[in-house]
Ligand binder design. Structure first.
Ligand SMILES: [Fe+2]
Ligand SMILES: [Fe+2]
Length: 173
């Protein structure tokens, strides 16, 4: 049985992952409005991945016989100052999500729940990748100034991002 504390924390993390998906979807709209098809595509794949992150915890809770409770998802911002500013906001958001995951892993250890800790370790590894991916785009955009020809080149590169794998169950598969 999941402890009540862990159950509540996992429900909140599902909500955070849905918010992440919502935030990146708002960025899809922003990029599409600027005719940055590649950036919009990248954000759409990111939004889909965050949805998968939510479902992975969802499936895990169901497997553990815990009741999932879906909470209200707050509205994301609509606009950013520039594409670079949006990617910087994405990086800040990923850092925030890493903190959430670390806190959940701490709680799982506190509660001596090894299975939940194991699930959280998957997210710990995933967050390293998430931060690195966004950081790479921010650095490239900063290098080229985030406008004109350079932005066009990055936009073309981001269009090649493949769709995320469908995650099932809570075992990291
Ligand atoms: Fe996530
Ligand atoms: Fe993420």
């Amino acid at each position: 049985m999941l402890s009540k504390k862990l159950q509540d924390a996992l429900n909140r993390q599902i909500n955070e992952e849905y918010y992440s998906s919502y935030l990146y979807t708002a960025m899809v709209a922003y990029m599409a409005d600027l005719n940055l098809d590649g950036c919009a595509h990248w954000m759409k794949m990111q939004a889909e991945e965050e949805h998968q992150h939510a479902l992975k915890i969802f499936d895990y809770m169901v497997e553990r016989g815990a009741r999932v409770e879906l909470l209200e998802v707050k509205a994301p911002p609509k606009d950013w100052d520039s594409p670079l500013d949006a990617f910087k906001a994405a990086l800040e958001h990923e850092k925030y999500m890493t903190k959430n995951i670390n806190a959940l892993a701490d709680l799982a250890i506190e509660e001596k729940d090894h299975a939940t800790n194991n699930l959280m370790q998957w997210y710990v590894t995933e967050q390293v990748e998430e931060e690195a991916n966004v950081d790479d785009i921010v650095k490239k955009m900063e290098m080229i100034g985030g406008t004109g020809h350079g932005l066009f080149m990055i936009d073309r590169e981001l269009k090649t991002r493949p769709a995320p794998a469908i995650l099932t169950g809570g075992d990291g598969a």
